[in-house]
Design a protein around this ligand. Structure first.
Ligand code: GLN
Length: 191
């Protein structure tokens, strides 16, 4: 299976390595037409405002939204911001793939660039992973269609909406592949 990694800006290389580790062929996506060759997409961390400008310039918005009707999209950190419905504190156009409202850098000094322990369940199996937070967005509210998979300090940090998953931290930095595996491999039959 081929999964795209949006490579306009940010931390996309490590996502490719995580995908390779679970037997998926990562495809670097720099132009909208490259979406035609993949069956899912990762939007990496980075700088959401910069990424949004580049997406706009490259004409990604419309094709990416229609791609997301058929295929799963996984966003980490800035990727989650771009996938949200609304960004409460920035003038940037999100894709609206996850019915969440986010606040950029919402954890402030509390867990500003820090690692915490995260416990959560997927398909009734428990996991305990490291969560590396780097100027992470906070999910400040969410709609009924959102399934919260993990919380930290009373706020969701892993969410699922329809076939899409958003994560406020960076699993790829700790070589954690379970969430990539979940969205692109094990969950495909449940959509
Ligand atoms: N704070 C960044 C933003 O607002 C996101 C940080 C990250 O992706 N690690 O875009």
């Amino acid at each position: 299976m081929k999964i795209g990694v949006l490579a306009l800006q940010g931390n996309y290389e490590m996502h490719s390595q995580v995908l390779e580790k679970i037997g998926i062929e990562p495809i670097t996506v720099r132009y909208p037409h490259e979406l035609d060759t993949v069956e899912g997409l990762v939007i990496p961390g980075g700088e959401s405002t910069t990424m949004s400008k580049l997406m706009n310039r490259m004409g990604f918005y419309k094709p990416l939204k229609s791609f997301a009707n058929d295929y799963p999209v996984l966003g980490t950190c800035a990727g989650l911001i771009l996938m949200s419905e609304k960004v409460v504190d920035a003038d940037l156009e999100p894709l609206g793939l996850l019915d969440v409202q986010v606040e950029r850098n919402g954890y402030g000094r509390q867990i500003n660039s820090n690692t915490i322990n995260i416990e959560f369940e997927l398909n009734n199996v428990g996991y305990n992973i490291r969560g590396s937070f780097i100027r992470a967005p906070k999910i400040v509210s969410y709609g009924n269609s959102v399934n919260v998979l993990a919380m930290y300090d009373e706020f969701p940090i892993i969410v699922k909406d329809n076939k899409h998953v958003g994560i406020s931290f960076h699993p790829e930095l700790d070589n954690i592949s379970i969430l990539h595996e979940y969205i692109f491999l094990s969950d495909r039959t449940n959509n």
